[in-house]
Design a protein around this ligand. Structure first.
Ligand code: C5P
Length: 316
């Protein structure tokens, strides 16, 4: 009899322990099923113990859109609408339906685990890449993520030639080769409509400025960044500094979620203080102007390096 009571107490204690564990994980927004480890020497997801990183890095936020996860929370919907030039006249659900009748509708990058060591290079467009000779090093990564119109042809020595992913939005689009994933960063519903249009009717030629009405890219490799993920970066990482994050910073945080080790190239000013692109000397505006908070973004990138989460290659 005593033995049975003892067993029941033990069972109750274990049950309470399990519930407390799950509640704590939930409060900390940690995914109990996500793997903490990888096969690299150092794993990005392995440092959730660091409070600064833990406060910012949330694995449960959807990264890429699918038909299943396309519904937006009230907060995201409100924030996203506030970035748009046109209000209220688009049927978002109908757009999503068309999107996933054209583009792959699947769960990407849920393959983290102890046997994976995915090395990623995130390549920004800073002039600090000029004369860097980083090309071969960049090309040695599993994923090479490039941003907007940053070219490779003619710049191979410094920026490499491999591109596995290119993040664009309508106003920054360029043609993309057949083996590269086009990642659309949607800052507005019109961007989703534009993505449909470039592969079908080609009728959208203007957003707030003239845009490419057709883009060469592999339709089966298209991915669409989730608006929830963009708001998560704006709020959790940037603490709402700037109007919205830069495409480069968005891709850097994205890489923290889909890669095991991240090396960063072409971010920040050159050593002489200039901010121009490696391919465009006329471009000289600091990222601290306009909608982005360049200083906040760069300080976070430095902090990530300080915490051994990424390595920055600072170039010239
Ligand atoms: O200028 P653009 O947005 O096309 O550049 C791509 C990204 O590279 C930016 O979003 C920014 O994050 C990064 N960049 C930078 N410093 C520069 C130029 C670009 O950090 N001088």
């Amino acid at each position: 009899m005593v033995r049975r009571t003892w067993l029941i107490s033990l069972f109750q204690a274990l049950l309470v322990g399990a519930i407390v564990y799950l509640v704590v994980l939930n409060l900390m927004q940690l995914d109990p099923f996500s793997e903490d480890v990888c096969a690299c020497v150092q794993c990005i997801a392995g440092g959730k113990k660091d409070p600064w990183f833990r406060q910012r890095y949330k694995t449960l936020v959807p990264k890429l859109m699918s038909r299943q996860n396309s519904k937006l929370s009230t907060n995201t919907s409100k924030w996203w609408q506030s970035l748009q030039i046109r209000h209220g006249d688009v049927n978002y659900s109908a757009v999503v339906k068309t999107l996933f009748s054209l583009f792959p509708d699947k769960e990407h990058y849920s393959d983290a685990g102890p046997h994976r060591c995915r090395m990623c290079a995130v390549v920004g467009n800073s002039g600090n890449l000029e004369g860097s000779h980083y090309g071969p090093l960049i090309d040695a990564h599993d994923f090479v993520i490039r941003i907007n119109a940053g070219p490779t042809t003619g710049f191979e020595k410094d920026v490499g030639s491999k591109t596995t992913h290119r993040a664009i939005y309508p106003e920054s689009a360029m043609d993309i080769d057949n083996s590269t994933h086009l990642i659309l960063v949607p800052f507005k519903v019109l961007d989703l409509q534009w993505l449909i249009s470039i592969f079908t009717t080609k009728h959208i030629k203007r957003t707030y400025k003239a845009v490419k009405s057709t883009v060469q890219a592999n339709k089966d490799k298209v991915m669409i960044l989730h608006p929830e993920f963009i708001r998560y970066i704006h709020e959790n990482w940037l603490q709402k500094h700037g109007k919205y994050p830069s495409t480069g910073f968005i891709m850097l945080v994205f890489s923290l979620h889909v890669c095991d080790q991240v090396n960063v190239f072409g971010f920040g000013a050159r050593k002489d203080g200039k901010w121009h692109h490696y391919f465009d000397k006329k471009y000289g505006v600091s990222y601290n102007g306009g909608p982005h908070s360049g200083n906040t973004e760069y300080n976070i990138i430095l902090e990530l390096e300080h915490k051994n989460k990424i390595q920055i290659y600072k170039g010239s």
